[in-house]
Design a protein around this ligand. Structure first.
Ligand code: GUN
Length: 281
């Protein structure tokens, strides 16, 4: 079997085109969506992720501010910077790129971002609304994964979805999103040390891995025809290695390409949140 590609780069391009049309409508009202990002320190992967967010903003005719702060900044000074962005009426959305240097408390910094400007959808208020079943701004990677699956007609209602990785950026909020009434997936949240990992994934119609362990998911763990989404990426000897082993493409019905794909969908949903905030005025 040759799996159908869940190509997030192609779908994100479509989503960007749809957003560009909404940006044009906003411009007619004199509104230019504006994103502010805060990067602390010089993590090379974070620099590259942030760079792409600003490239996408420019392509879509949106404004953006790329704020870079020293890696040894104090937590109070960082929070003061975030509060200045909250108070700036020209900024519609703000985010602090993760991970932060170890001396900074990611929870406290994340809570400092105004929930109304939380384009990441990761503020406890927005995560809490998702949990409560009254979603506000959605977390971008989970929203991007759901969009990628739906756009390729991968059924979710009444299907078993196994999610590997219980992190706050992907696994836990994705489990909340896909188990909302109306989506009706049966979700199992696993992690790399789950005792029955392979038994559970073998029963699943959809497997999402966001564990960050190279080649964790092998062909024998996948039911023939299942959809497989690789999110986790590990940097090994300067190269990127996916959670999903190459051989999985031989058994899966749908699969993400070995690299990229979900990253573009994350950015599409980040900018969708930004446009939504700007439209709400
Ligand atoms: N680091 C990796 N992914 C993300 C993301 O989606 N948002 C933020 N703020 N940091 C990240």
């Amino acid at each position: 079997m040759t799996a159908i590609l869940l190509d997030g780069d192609v779908l994100a391009r479509r989503r960007f085109d749809e957003l560009a049309a909404r940006v044009v409508s906003l411009a007619k009202r004199g509104v230019v969506p504006r994103l502010a990002t805060v990067l602390v320190g010089d993590n090379p992967a974070s620099q590259s992720y942030i760079g792409r967010k600003h490239e996408n903003c420019a392509e879509l005719g949106m404004a953006s501010d790329d704020i870079r702060l020293r890696g040894d900044i104090s937590e109070d000074a960082l929070i003061a910077q975030v509060e200045a962005l909250n108070a700036d009426p020209l900024i519609h959305g703000a985010l602090v790129q993760l991970p932060l240097p170890a001396h900074l408390d990611e929870g406290r910094v994340g809570e400092a971002v105004s929930p109304a400007k939380d384009v990441d959808g990761l503020h406890p208020m927005n995560l809490g609304r998702l949990l409560a079943g009254t979603p506000g701004l959605l977390p971008c990677t989970p929203a991007g994964i759901e969009d990628l699956l739906r756009a390729h007609d991968v059924p979710l209602a009444g299907r078993r979805v196994a999610i590997i990785g219980r992190g706050m950026l992907v696994g836990r909020p994705l489990a909340m999103l896909l188990s909302l009434p109306g989506t009706d997936a049966e979700v199992t949240l696993l992690h790399r040390r789950s005792p029955d990992l392979a038994e559970v994934t073998r029963q699943a119609d959809v497997v999402v891995s966001a564990a960050g362990q190279p080649d964790l998911v092998t062909a024998d763990m996948i039911r023939p025809g299942a959809a497989v989404v690789g999110v986790g990426i590990t940097y090994v000897d300067g190269g990127m290695v996916s959670d999903i082993a190459d051989e999985v493409a031989q058994v899966a019905g749908h699969i993400t390409p070995r690299h990229g794909s979900v990253g573009a969908m994350t950015r599409a949903h980040l900018l969708s949140n930004l446009v939504r905030i700007a439209e709400a005025g």
